[in-house]
Design a protein around this ligand. Sequence first.
Ligand code: NAD
Length: 310
Amino acid sequence: MMKMFDLSGKKALVTGAAVGIGRGYAVALAKAGADVAIVDVDDKTGPTTAKEIQSYGRDALFVRCDVTKKEEVEAMVEAVAQKFGRLDIGVNNAGIGILGGDVDFSLQDWNKVIGVNLTGMYLCAQAEAKQFLKQSPVQGKIINTASMSARICNCNASYNASKGGVVEMTRMLAAEWGTYNINVNCISPSYILSPMHASTPLEVRARIRELTPLGYVQRPEDVYGPVVFLASDAANYVTGLDLLVDGGHTLNAWLTPLGRAVPPRVSPAEETVQLKHDLAAMGLPFDDNGINESLHPEIAGAFKAAFGIG
Ligand SMILES: NC(=O)c1ccc[n+]([C@@H]2O[C@H](COP(=O)([O-])OP(=O)(O)OC[C@H]3O[C@@H](n4cnc5c(N)ncnc54)[C@H](O)[C@@H]3O)[C@@H](O)[C@H]2O)c1
Protein backbone atom coordinates (compact mmCIF):
# COMPACT_ATOMS: atom_id res chain seq x y z
CA MET A 1 0.00 0.00 0.00
CA MET A 2 2.70 2.52 1.02
CA LYS A 3 4.50 1.73 -2.26
CA MET A 4 1.94 4.04 -3.86
CA PHE A 5 3.57 7.01 -2.15
CA ASP A 6 7.11 5.86 -2.92
CA LEU A 7 9.02 8.15 -5.30
CA SER A 8 12.16 6.00 -5.58
CA GLY A 9 13.77 6.47 -8.98
CA LYS A 10 11.57 9.47 -9.87
CA LYS A 11 13.21 12.61 -11.21
CA ALA A 12 11.85 15.95 -10.04
CA LEU A 13 12.51 19.65 -10.35
CA VAL A 14 11.30 22.36 -7.98
CA THR A 15 11.41 26.06 -8.80
CA GLY A 16 11.96 28.66 -6.08
CA ALA A 17 13.58 25.83 -4.13
CA ALA A 18 16.55 27.57 -2.52
CA VAL A 19 14.51 28.33 0.60
CA GLY A 20 10.98 28.36 1.97
CA ILE A 21 8.13 26.30 0.59
CA GLY A 22 10.15 25.20 -2.45
CA ARG A 23 12.97 23.87 -0.29
CA GLY A 24 10.34 22.10 1.81
CA TYR A 25 8.90 20.44 -1.29
CA ALA A 26 12.39 19.41 -2.42
CA VAL A 27 13.22 17.87 0.97
CA ALA A 28 9.90 15.99 1.01
CA LEU A 29 10.31 14.63 -2.52
CA ALA A 30 13.89 13.56 -1.75
CA LYS A 31 12.88 11.87 1.50
CA ALA A 32 10.20 9.99 -0.47
CA GLY A 33 12.93 8.72 -2.81
CA ALA A 34 13.16 11.20 -5.72
CA ASP A 35 16.22 12.88 -7.19
CA VAL A 36 15.58 16.62 -7.17
CA ALA A 37 16.82 19.62 -9.14
CA ILE A 38 16.84 22.86 -7.16
CA VAL A 39 15.88 25.71 -9.51
CA ASP A 40 16.17 29.31 -8.36
CA VAL A 41 17.55 32.77 -9.14
CA ASP A 42 19.36 32.68 -5.79
CA ASP A 43 22.66 31.13 -6.81
CA LYS A 44 24.14 31.64 -3.37
CA THR A 45 21.66 29.57 -1.33
CA GLY A 46 20.43 27.25 -4.12
CA PRO A 47 23.65 25.19 -4.34
CA THR A 48 23.60 24.73 -0.53
CA THR A 49 20.06 23.34 -0.75
CA ALA A 50 21.14 21.00 -3.56
CA LYS A 51 23.96 19.72 -1.30
CA GLU A 52 21.42 19.18 1.49
CA ILE A 53 19.34 17.00 -0.88
CA GLN A 54 22.47 14.98 -1.68
CA SER A 55 22.98 14.45 2.05
CA TYR A 56 19.72 12.41 2.01
CA GLY A 57 21.40 10.02 -0.44
CA ARG A 58 19.67 11.44 -3.55
CA ASP A 59 21.04 12.88 -6.72
CA ALA A 60 20.59 16.65 -6.93
CA LEU A 61 21.73 19.65 -8.88
CA PHE A 62 21.25 23.37 -8.73
CA VAL A 63 20.15 25.18 -11.89
CA ARG A 64 20.08 28.96 -11.90
CA CYS A 65 17.00 30.06 -13.80
CA ASP A 66 14.71 33.07 -13.83
CA VAL A 67 11.30 31.53 -14.48
CA THR A 68 10.10 34.66 -16.31
CA LYS A 69 12.59 34.01 -19.14
CA LYS A 70 11.37 31.44 -21.65
CA GLU A 71 14.85 30.57 -22.97
CA GLU A 72 16.20 30.09 -19.43
CA VAL A 73 13.23 27.88 -18.52
CA GLU A 74 13.68 25.71 -21.60
CA ALA A 75 17.43 25.41 -20.98
CA MET A 76 16.75 24.57 -17.32
CA VAL A 77 14.39 21.68 -18.15
CA GLU A 78 16.88 20.41 -20.70
CA ALA A 79 19.74 20.57 -18.16
CA VAL A 80 17.66 18.65 -15.60
CA ALA A 81 16.59 15.99 -18.12
CA GLN A 82 20.18 15.63 -19.27
CA LYS A 83 21.51 15.18 -15.73
CA PHE A 84 18.77 12.80 -14.56
CA GLY A 85 18.05 11.08 -17.91
CA ARG A 86 14.37 12.07 -17.71
CA LEU A 87 11.85 14.20 -15.80
CA ASP A 88 8.81 12.81 -13.96
CA ILE A 89 7.70 15.62 -11.65
CA GLY A 90 7.70 19.39 -12.21
CA VAL A 91 6.91 21.52 -9.16
CA ASN A 92 6.38 25.14 -10.15
CA ASN A 93 6.60 27.18 -7.01
CA ALA A 94 8.71 30.33 -7.52
CA GLY A 95 6.62 33.32 -6.57
CA ILE A 96 6.84 36.85 -5.21
CA GLY A 97 4.54 39.39 -3.63
CA ILE A 98 4.83 43.16 -3.80
CA LEU A 99 2.78 44.94 -1.17
CA GLY A 100 0.90 48.12 -1.92
CA GLY A 101 -2.58 49.52 -2.19
CA ASP A 102 -4.18 49.17 -5.59
CA VAL A 103 -4.97 52.86 -6.18
CA ASP A 104 -1.29 53.64 -6.70
CA PHE A 105 0.13 50.23 -7.62
CA SER A 106 2.55 50.68 -10.54
CA LEU A 107 2.22 48.85 -13.84
CA GLN A 108 5.84 47.79 -13.45
CA ASP A 109 5.10 46.05 -10.14
CA TRP A 110 1.90 44.50 -11.53
CA ASN A 111 3.88 43.05 -14.43
CA LYS A 112 6.60 41.74 -12.08
CA VAL A 113 4.12 39.84 -9.91
CA ILE A 114 2.10 38.43 -12.80
CA GLY A 115 5.38 37.71 -14.64
CA VAL A 116 6.80 35.45 -11.92
CA ASN A 117 3.66 34.02 -10.33
CA LEU A 118 1.54 33.32 -13.39
CA THR A 119 3.53 33.62 -16.62
CA GLY A 120 6.58 31.98 -15.00
CA MET A 121 4.51 28.99 -13.88
CA TYR A 122 2.98 28.70 -17.34
CA LEU A 123 6.41 28.74 -19.02
CA CYS A 124 7.67 26.04 -16.63
CA ALA A 125 4.59 23.86 -17.10
CA GLN A 126 4.91 24.18 -20.87
CA ALA A 127 8.61 23.23 -20.91
CA GLU A 128 7.97 20.30 -18.53
CA ALA A 129 5.08 19.01 -20.69
CA LYS A 130 7.30 19.19 -23.79
CA GLN A 131 9.88 17.09 -21.94
CA PHE A 132 7.24 14.54 -20.85
CA LEU A 133 6.14 14.22 -24.50
CA LYS A 134 9.69 13.24 -25.52
CA GLN A 135 9.77 10.37 -23.00
CA SER A 136 8.44 6.86 -23.06
CA PRO A 137 5.92 6.16 -21.67
CA VAL A 138 4.44 9.64 -22.08
CA GLN A 139 3.27 10.79 -18.63
CA GLY A 140 4.15 13.24 -15.86
CA LYS A 141 3.08 15.16 -12.80
CA ILE A 142 2.94 18.94 -12.63
CA ILE A 143 2.28 20.65 -9.30
CA ASN A 144 1.92 24.44 -9.05
CA THR A 145 1.92 26.56 -5.91
CA ALA A 146 -1.20 28.69 -5.80
CA SER A 147 -2.42 30.13 -2.48
CA MET A 148 -5.48 30.62 -0.34
CA SER A 149 -5.19 34.14 -1.81
CA ALA A 150 -7.08 32.69 -4.78
CA ARG A 151 -10.07 32.40 -2.39
CA ILE A 152 -9.77 35.17 0.21
CA CYS A 153 -8.87 38.86 -0.05
CA ASN A 154 -5.66 39.16 1.96
CA CYS A 155 -2.90 40.81 -0.08
CA ASN A 156 -3.61 42.97 -3.13
CA ALA A 157 -5.00 42.64 -6.66
CA SER A 158 -1.72 41.67 -8.34
CA TYR A 159 -0.91 38.84 -5.91
CA ASN A 160 -4.46 37.56 -5.53
CA ALA A 161 -5.14 37.75 -9.27
CA SER A 162 -1.90 35.88 -9.98
CA LYS A 163 -2.93 33.08 -7.61
CA GLY A 164 -6.51 32.95 -8.91
CA GLY A 165 -4.87 32.68 -12.34
CA VAL A 166 -2.68 29.78 -11.20
CA VAL A 167 -5.74 27.83 -10.04
CA GLU A 168 -7.61 28.32 -13.32
CA MET A 169 -4.48 27.72 -15.41
CA THR A 170 -3.95 24.47 -13.48
CA ARG A 171 -7.52 23.33 -14.18
CA MET A 172 -7.29 24.20 -17.88
CA LEU A 173 -3.93 22.46 -18.35
CA ALA A 174 -5.29 19.42 -16.51
CA ALA A 175 -8.21 19.27 -18.94
CA GLU A 176 -5.95 19.78 -21.95
CA TRP A 177 -3.06 17.48 -20.99
CA GLY A 178 -4.95 14.50 -19.54
CA THR A 179 -4.67 13.12 -23.06
CA TYR A 180 -0.90 12.83 -22.47
CA ASN A 181 -1.26 11.21 -19.02
CA ILE A 182 -0.05 14.45 -17.48
CA ASN A 183 -1.68 15.31 -14.13
CA VAL A 184 -1.74 19.02 -13.30
CA ASN A 185 -2.66 20.07 -9.77
CA CYS A 186 -1.92 22.91 -7.40
CA ILE A 187 -1.36 23.34 -3.68
CA SER A 188 -2.78 26.37 -1.88
CA PRO A 189 -1.05 27.10 1.43
CA SER A 190 -2.24 29.75 3.89
CA TYR A 191 0.47 31.77 5.70
CA ILE A 192 3.69 29.76 5.77
CA LEU A 193 6.71 30.82 7.83
CA SER A 194 9.16 31.04 4.94
CA PRO A 195 11.66 33.87 4.38
CA MET A 196 8.74 35.66 2.62
CA HIS A 197 7.32 36.07 6.16
CA ALA A 198 10.61 36.68 7.99
CA SER A 199 9.63 40.29 8.70
CA THR A 200 6.03 39.60 9.69
CA PRO A 201 5.53 40.81 13.30
CA LEU A 202 4.79 38.39 16.14
CA GLU A 203 1.37 40.01 16.68
CA VAL A 204 0.36 38.80 13.22
CA ARG A 205 1.44 35.24 14.00
CA ALA A 206 -0.69 35.38 17.17
CA ARG A 207 -3.69 36.60 15.15
CA ILE A 208 -3.21 33.83 12.56
CA ARG A 209 -3.17 31.23 15.36
CA GLU A 210 -6.40 32.70 16.77
CA LEU A 211 -8.13 32.58 13.38
CA THR A 212 -6.96 29.08 12.43
CA PRO A 213 -8.90 26.11 13.82
CA LEU A 214 -5.76 23.93 14.00
CA GLY A 215 -4.15 26.70 16.05
CA TYR A 216 -0.64 27.19 14.73
CA VAL A 217 1.08 29.04 11.91
CA GLN A 218 1.84 26.84 8.92
CA ARG A 219 5.38 25.63 8.26
CA PRO A 220 6.99 24.26 5.09
CA GLU A 221 6.79 20.83 6.79
CA ASP A 222 3.00 21.04 6.53
CA VAL A 223 3.12 20.74 2.74
CA TYR A 224 5.48 17.73 2.69
CA GLY A 225 2.59 15.23 2.66
CA PRO A 226 0.48 17.11 0.08
CA VAL A 227 3.35 17.43 -2.42
CA VAL A 228 4.42 13.79 -2.06
CA PHE A 229 0.81 12.67 -2.49
CA LEU A 230 0.30 14.71 -5.69
CA ALA A 231 3.67 13.58 -7.10
CA SER A 232 3.03 9.92 -6.37
CA ASP A 233 1.06 7.09 -7.98
CA ALA A 234 -1.49 7.54 -5.18
CA ALA A 235 -2.70 10.62 -7.08
CA ASN A 236 -2.77 9.07 -10.57
CA TYR A 237 -6.51 9.81 -10.90
CA VAL A 238 -6.30 13.28 -9.32
CA THR A 239 -6.05 16.16 -11.76
CA GLY A 240 -7.16 19.80 -11.87
CA LEU A 241 -7.30 19.87 -8.06
CA ASP A 242 -6.52 22.94 -5.95
CA LEU A 243 -5.42 21.24 -2.73
CA LEU A 244 -6.04 23.74 0.06
CA VAL A 245 -3.65 23.29 3.02
CA ASP A 246 -4.63 25.99 5.50
CA GLY A 247 -5.35 24.48 8.92
CA GLY A 248 -8.95 25.59 8.43
CA HIS A 249 -8.03 29.29 8.16
CA THR A 250 -10.33 29.99 5.21
CA LEU A 251 -13.29 28.26 6.88
CA ASN A 252 -13.98 31.82 8.05
CA ALA A 253 -15.13 30.51 11.42
CA TRP A 254 -15.42 33.99 12.92
CA LEU A 255 -18.73 33.22 14.60
CA THR A 256 -17.26 30.22 16.40
CA PRO A 257 -14.86 31.07 19.23
CA LEU A 258 -11.59 29.42 18.32
CA GLY A 259 -10.29 29.05 21.89
CA ARG A 260 -8.41 25.79 22.23
CA ALA A 261 -9.55 22.66 24.04
CA VAL A 262 -6.06 21.13 23.83
CA PRO A 263 -2.69 22.56 22.78
CA PRO A 264 -2.08 22.60 19.02
CA ARG A 265 0.16 19.92 17.53
CA VAL A 266 2.90 22.49 16.86
CA SER A 267 4.24 24.99 19.41
CA PRO A 268 5.29 28.57 18.51
CA ALA A 269 8.96 27.54 18.84
CA GLU A 270 8.46 24.57 16.49
CA GLU A 271 6.79 26.83 13.90
CA THR A 272 10.09 28.56 13.19
CA VAL A 273 12.52 25.65 12.78
CA GLN A 274 12.68 25.80 8.97
CA LEU A 275 12.45 29.59 8.83
CA LYS A 276 15.56 29.82 11.01
CA HIS A 277 17.27 27.15 8.91
CA ASP A 278 16.55 29.15 5.74
CA LEU A 279 17.70 32.49 7.14
CA ALA A 280 20.92 30.85 8.37
CA ALA A 281 21.44 29.26 4.93
CA MET A 282 20.97 32.73 3.37
CA GLY A 283 23.60 34.10 5.77
CA LEU A 284 21.08 36.45 7.39
CA PRO A 285 20.72 37.31 11.08
CA PHE A 286 17.47 36.65 12.96
CA ASP A 287 16.14 36.87 16.50
CA ASP A 288 14.89 34.05 18.77
CA ASN A 289 11.55 34.11 16.95
CA GLY A 290 13.14 33.85 13.51
CA ILE A 291 12.40 37.48 12.69
CA ASN A 292 14.60 39.57 10.40
CA GLU A 293 12.85 42.91 9.97
CA SER A 294 15.14 44.17 7.25
CA LEU A 295 14.49 41.34 4.75
CA HIS A 296 11.00 42.64 3.91
CA PRO A 297 10.68 46.03 5.65
CA GLU A 298 7.62 46.85 3.55
CA ILE A 299 5.78 43.81 4.95
CA ALA A 300 6.83 44.69 8.51
CA GLY A 301 5.67 48.29 7.94
CA ALA A 302 2.33 47.36 6.38
CA PHE A 303 1.46 44.91 9.16
CA LYS A 304 2.57 47.34 11.87
CA ALA A 305 0.35 50.04 10.39
CA ALA A 306 -2.60 47.65 10.07
CA PHE A 307 -2.17 46.34 13.63
CA GLY A 308 -1.37 49.75 15.15
CA ILE A 309 2.04 48.51 16.38
CA GLY A 310 4.41 51.37 17.31
N1 NAD B 1 4.76 32.05 2.49
C1 NAD B 1 3.47 32.08 2.37
O1 NAD B 1 2.77 32.46 3.30
C2 NAD B 1 2.81 31.63 1.10
C3 NAD B 1 1.44 31.30 1.15
C4 NAD B 1 0.81 30.85 0.00
C5 NAD B 1 1.52 30.73 -1.17
N2 NAD B 1 2.82 31.07 -1.20
C6 NAD B 1 3.52 30.89 -2.48
O2 NAD B 1 4.49 29.88 -2.31
C7 NAD B 1 5.57 30.07 -3.22
C8 NAD B 1 6.89 30.07 -2.45
O3 NAD B 1 6.84 31.12 -1.49
P1 NAD B 1 7.80 31.21 -0.23
O4 NAD B 1 6.96 31.66 0.89
O5 NAD B 1 8.64 30.02 -0.10
O6 NAD B 1 8.68 32.46 -0.71
P2 NAD B 1 10.20 32.85 -0.42
O7 NAD B 1 10.31 34.28 -0.81
O8 NAD B 1 10.55 32.47 0.96
O9 NAD B 1 11.00 31.95 -1.46
C9 NAD B 1 10.78 32.09 -2.84
C10 NAD B 1 11.93 31.52 -3.64
O10 NAD B 1 11.64 31.77 -5.03
C11 NAD B 1 12.80 32.31 -5.67
N3 NAD B 1 12.41 33.14 -6.82
C12 NAD B 1 11.81 34.36 -6.81
N4 NAD B 1 11.64 34.81 -8.06
C13 NAD B 1 12.15 33.88 -8.89
C14 NAD B 1 12.27 33.77 -10.29
N5 NAD B 1 11.87 34.77 -11.11
N6 NAD B 1 12.82 32.65 -10.82
C15 NAD B 1 13.25 31.64 -10.01
N7 NAD B 1 13.18 31.70 -8.67
C16 NAD B 1 12.63 32.80 -8.11
C17 NAD B 1 13.48 33.11 -4.56
O11 NAD B 1 14.85 33.34 -4.86
C18 NAD B 1 13.26 32.23 -3.34
O12 NAD B 1 14.27 31.26 -3.20
C19 NAD B 1 5.26 31.38 -3.94
O13 NAD B 1 4.62 31.08 -5.16
C20 NAD B 1 4.29 32.08 -2.99
O14 NAD B 1 3.48 33.00 -3.67
C21 NAD B 1 3.49 31.51 -0.10
